[in-house]
Design a protein around this ligand. Structure first.
Ligand SMILES: [Cu+2]
Length: 361
């Protein structure tokens, strides 16, 4: 082949490779739905749920990707989406703040957000209308995980990736849209990924796993304490720390995210819990709230173990979805219920979630 033509072909091939490694254009669709979410045994909240679920779907993309997200509001009140952590360079109109960057999306209407995910890490998205109610009490948040172009050495060791989003609830206003979110309001339920213990799930690991937990203090302060292990804080709000910090308690304020790496080197059944003590209760009753149990698969579960016969849901901490190809992933375990359906089930005496064995209650 003529040298010059070969040179041109080579340049084209390399150009193609470079493009493939660069930005993907990704189109996603989100709806906002009014559903009832069973948070704790005997406690259900009315939520505005992205694609009918709390947390909202996992959006998992790569640094530099160009996103187009069409948001359809199927609820009775207005909303927006703020993409928390995204710099919105030259796209401030997609920052999601009502009356400042856009008009709120009215019931029945839609809005299209277009932006480049120019910051990597554990980001998230949430409504920005009347946040004390919409985020604080109605579940309007979900994870936006942006894989960095250049992962750190520690990140490349991870064998199990998981997401835990912490939030609080108020039973006084849970039943009526448009109420609650006022200063001094008492939060009496606390959850991880929208469920209070024992309705949440164990996080199952094997000895030797390198677990990355992406911790999101979505709506409440958290004082996170894993038993039996240190947690190595590697990232804060998406960005890697120059010097990772080993801790056994990690304090987080609302909105903050920390990635921690836990080396699973101590087989057992361990709790990790919130050291803000009343957060591990359901309406004041222990054990409940934001307790997370880490189970080593090799440990036999004693007969009296609270979750001896739990119907295991492997995607509850989004570990399965995080392994899927990049995209938007809905998670069945997070779906709420049509209120009429919920009333029907309650009348017939069956669990609203249809999987009561999960909670062991
Ligand atoms: Cu909203």
């Amino acid at each position: 082949m003529h040298t010059r033509i070969r040179g041109i072909l080579l340049a084209l091939a390399l150009g193609g490779l470079a493009t493939a490694a660069h930005a993907e254009k990704r189109h996603f669709e989100l709806t906002i739905e009014e559903v009832d979410l069973e948070v704790a045994p005997g406690f259900t909240a009315k939520v505005w749920a992205f694609n009918g679920q709390v947390p909202g779907p996992l959006i998992h993309v790569v640094e530099g990707d160009e996103l187009e997200v069409v948001v359809q509001n199927n609820t009775t009140m207005s909303h927006t989406i703020h993409w928390h952590g995204v710099y919105q360079t030259n796209s401030w109109q997609s920052d999601g703040v009502p009356d400042i960057t856009q008009k709120a999306i009215e019931p029945g209407e839609q809005y299209t957000y277009r932006f480049v995910v120019d910051k990597p890490g554990s980001l998230w998205y949430h409504c920005h209308v009347n946040v004390s109610e919409h985020i604080g009490l109605r579940g309007m948040w979900g994870p936006l995980v942006v894989d960095p172009k250049k992962p750190t050495k520690l990140e490349r060791e991870v064998t199990k990736d998981a997401i835990a989003m912490f939030s609080g609830w108020s039973s006084a206003s849970a039943g009526t849209y448009g109420t609650g979110g006022h200063p001094g309001e008492v939060l009496d339920y606390f959850s991880i990924n929208g469920k209070s213990f024992p309705m949440n799930q164990p996080l199952r690991v094997r000895k030797g796993d390198v677990l990355r937990l992406r911790l999101y203090a979505a709506t409440i302060p958290v004082s996170f304490h894993p038993h039996g292990h240190d947690a190595l804080v590697t990232h804060k709000d998406g960005l890697p720390l120059e010097k990772p910090l080993p801790v056994d308690v990690l304090a987080m304020q609302p909105g903050e995210r920390y990635d921690v790496i836990i080396r699973m080197n101590n087989p057992g059944i361990w709790v990790t819990h919130d050291h803000i003590e009343h957060h591990t209760t359901n309406a004041g009753k222990d054990h409940g709230g934001s307790m997370l149990v880490i189970e080593y698969e090799e440990i036999e579960k004693p007969d009296w173990y609270v979750w001896k016969d739990v119907a295991y849901e492997p995607d509850f901490y989004m570990s399965e979805s995080l392994k899927k190809p990049h995209g938007l992933h809905e998670i069945a375990a997070f779906k709420g219920f049509d209120p009429a359906e919920l009333r029907r089930r309650q009348r017939s005496g069956s669990s609203a979630s249809g999987h009561s064995s999960r909670g062991g209650h």
